[in-house]
Design a protein around this ligand. Sequence first.
Ligand code: NAP
Ligand code: GFB
Length: 314
Amino acid sequence: MIVLVTGGSGLVGSAIRELIESNPVEGEKWVFLSSKDANLCNYEETLQLFQKHKPTHVIHLAAMVGGLFQNMSHNLDFFKSNLDMNNNILQASFECKVSKVVSCLSTCVFPDKVTYPITEEMVHLGPPHPSNFGYSYAKRMIDVANRAYHEQHGCQFTAVIPCNIFGPHDNFNPQSSHVIPGLMHRMYNTIQNGGESFTVMGSGKPLRQFIYSKDLARLFVWVLREYQEIDPIILSVDESDEITIKNAAETIASAFGYQGELVFDTSKADGQFKKTASNGKLRKYCPDFKFTPFQQAVKETVDWYKENYHTARN
Ligand code: NAP
Ligand code: GFB
């Protein structure tokens, strides 16, 4: 088995790499790619990479990824680059007879007006939230392409739908990051500068489910090895683990030991109020899977970030 992991240098790719390096399996070769290996928006470069590595399996993580604010200001870029990368990976996988591809959607691609909890069947039942429609439509096309490659050519192309992810090796640059790494970056600097108060963007009221990248890595490897469906599967913590942005900020503050006041800047967008997803399908397949408690996962990430601040993606 030769597994090609696109986006192998990112948050999720790094977690999978660390998992595989600590649990190597005889007869398996894993190749973790970054954009230095090829620009996956370019088909020729993508195909050359596949001809070079001859993968039997692909975990396709590579994407233009960002938080609410970067999505709001770059919907065209998110749409075009993700559509290009996804089409190139699936076509190259088909041409090079890859036996299985696992790609990645996100719970933020579901319709904005939807009943809760969200389940896998709802992906296309209405327009996504306007803040990230470019990314969402590009991601939804992975599911359409997976079904089409399977129906017309019998390809085993499937996808996972994670909730919000965080952990070591994330993108901590506050201009483009997601909420947890963005808060960590800004809180680290507030502490360095002796700040007595800390600003959380938005009202702090929106609700999110957060999955630790190390837990997601274990689930990804399970999907690659065991999951046989073409239909996507949500990989999320339980609905009961959903918390407010305020809770997340408080947890990060206590992980840093920060005692300052949290201030909420309601002039900044809140984005989607909630996108509560059901992990019922996952629980059927993996009833005993244990997620890392959020406080512990945040503490581990903060400790990693403090240790690696100068080399982290800031
Ligand atoms: P990330 O940390 O931003 O990493 C993105 C990866 O894609 C990097 O390895 C990057 O390479 C690579 N990449 C970007 N553009 C590329 C290009 N044109 N050609 C080749 N490689 C390129 O992303 P992540 O958070 O790990 O996300 C992984 C997957 O999970 C994505 O498909 C994302 O949509 C999905 N997802 C993420 C979240 C979340 O909260 N983070 C939630 C749900 C779903 P370089 O390092 O060289 O730039
Ligand atoms: O992770 P995030 O940027 O994106 O979270 P989404 C945005 C929420 O966190 C909003 C609040 O309610 C923000 O007001 N927030 C507070 C902050 N402080 C900060 C901060 O410093 N940085 C950021 N970024 N937010 C994304 C989608 O939605 O979910 C993407 O736009 C992606 O496409 C991602 O799929 C998983 O969770 O709102």
